[in-house]
Design a protein around this ligand. Sequence first.
Ligand code: DC
Length: 246
Amino acid sequence: MAGVIQQGPRARGPLVVQTQTPVVVTIDGPAGTGKSSVARALAERLGLDFLDTGAMYRAAALVSIERNIDFRREPDRLVREVIAADVRFDWSRKPPHVLIWGRSVSDRIRSDDVERIVSPVSSIPDLREHMVEKQREIGRQHKRLVTEGRDQGSVVFPTAAVKFYLDARPEVRAARRAAQLRELGENVLDREILAEILSRDSSDSSRRMGPLVRPADSEVVDTSDLSFDAVVDLLEDKVRARVAAL
Ligand code: DC
């Protein structure tokens, strides 16, 4: 995040949960809010599993590229191939690697060709239905979970114990995303990334199924002017307080 101050993570040990109740923490919000890194760090601090649902949609977009499927013309064919590819995670890796046909594609799905098509791919209704079911199945197997995406608190885990909605100003989100892409060796301009982000926001928010919405019972955190550690600290405190009250 802007002006990151490295304070080093606080060490308070894994979350102690006195009840058998599942503890699912959902983190939704638009691209570039730092959701993925925050969710991963939060899961690590609390000793919970981490689910990156954007990686699943990115993996589906990669299936479409690898199988040469024109997903706009043949969405059903893409859904069939994605089912055959069996998108899942290798939980022995930290963070878990996403697999298609048993092969890790965790790095590959961050490239620009995937980035360009993932939003329209993720709005195919049957594909979402398939992914939502997979995510709920993961939730049944991993009952202590931090899950991150666009529809986790609203659609996939409506009864989650704690729900966050991360946001940030569009210019800040674009600058973060551009910095990430430059780290991957891509030559990008902030203003182009800003345009992409705004267009992605509008398609993610306006789609019919599982649109990006702020769940009414979520806590909104604007990360624009907070350091990475400050955001993780804030969320950690809130989860610990909420879980103590369960
Ligand atoms: O968070 P991300 O950039 O990796 O997400 C990639 C795309 O997938 C993004 O366009 C939104 C979409 N997505 C979604 O529709 N639902 C989710 N639960 C997660 C991501």
